[in-house]
Design a protein around this ligand. Structure first.
Ligand SMILES: CC(C)(COP(=O)(O)OP(=O)(O)OC[C@H]1O[C@@H](n2cnc3c(N)ncnc32)[C@H](O)[C@@H]1OP(=O)(O)O)[C@@H](O)C(=O)NCCC(=O)NCCS
Length: 181
């Protein structure tokens, strides 16, 4: 079994119903939901649907996401989540996404979690390429992705009408040879 992935501060393992209360609480935060595909009305039923439909495999099948909980390795407290998406039309390519509860941001936890997931994808899963997409106005995630070694390689202007406005999505990527270097 691949999980938990551990770091000095973190234990990363598939999200379960024990995470529901904290997970729902930060998904209801307007500043967190602003950049994501849900809105602050997110509730326990939405979380149950997501958790019950989680892949049972260590890595999601093509086209699916696996949501991983980021816990404090000492206390088990849920800090946030990091998700892995196996792209269905690109071999050995994965997309990642991350969300932390506001109280756990700016502490380097996101950086520590993403680095561990990249290590997992490039070493255990033999990934060729890992990507992430984000709103061009989301400075926090841009800084995080550059900080872990990803390149901004695209910017799709007004690519999507999202939450009542046209948004520009920036694409970030890292290849296995870049990761090794
Ligand atoms: C994106 C997110 C996970 C980043 O978490 P974080 O806790 O700031 O990450 P870290 O503490 O590891 O910090 C990474 C870097 O980003 C910087 N940063 C954090 N917030 C920032 C902001 N609002 N503006 C500019 N830089 C910011 C940090 O200072 C740090 O830089 P440093 O290494 O030079 O000190 C967090 O902001 C979040 O959960 N946001 C809401 C959900 C979201 O937008 N997810 C991404 C969707 S694609």
């Amino acid at each position: 079994m691949t999980y938990p992935l551990t770091t000095p501060r973190l234990s990363i393992t598939p999200l379960t119903e024990q995470d529901t209360a904290t997970f729902v609480a930060y998904r209801q935060d307007a500043d967190v939901a602003r950049w994501q595909g849900w809105d602050p009305t997110y509730n326990d039923d939405d979380a149950a649907e997501l958790i019950n439909s989680q892949p049972a495999t260590d890595l999601p099948e093509s086209g699916r996401w696996l949501q991983l909980a980021i816990h404090d390795v000492e206390t088990g407290k849920l800090f946030g989540d990091v998700a892995i998406h196996t792209l269905d039309d690109h071999d050995d390519t994965y997309e990642i996404g991350i969300t932390l509860a506001p109280a756990n941001q700016h502490l380097g936890i996101a950086t520590e979690a993403v680095k561990r997931v990249l290590d997992h994808l490039f070493t255990a899963a033999n990934a060729h390429r890992v990507i992430a997409n984000c709103d061009t106005r989301n400075d926090a995630v841009a800084k995080l992705l550059i900080g872990v070694g990803m390149r901004r390689e695209s910017s799709q202007i007004d690519v999507e009408f999202f939450k009542d406005e046209w948004i520009t999505l920036d694409g970030y990527a890292i290849l296995t040879n870049e990761y090794s270097a």
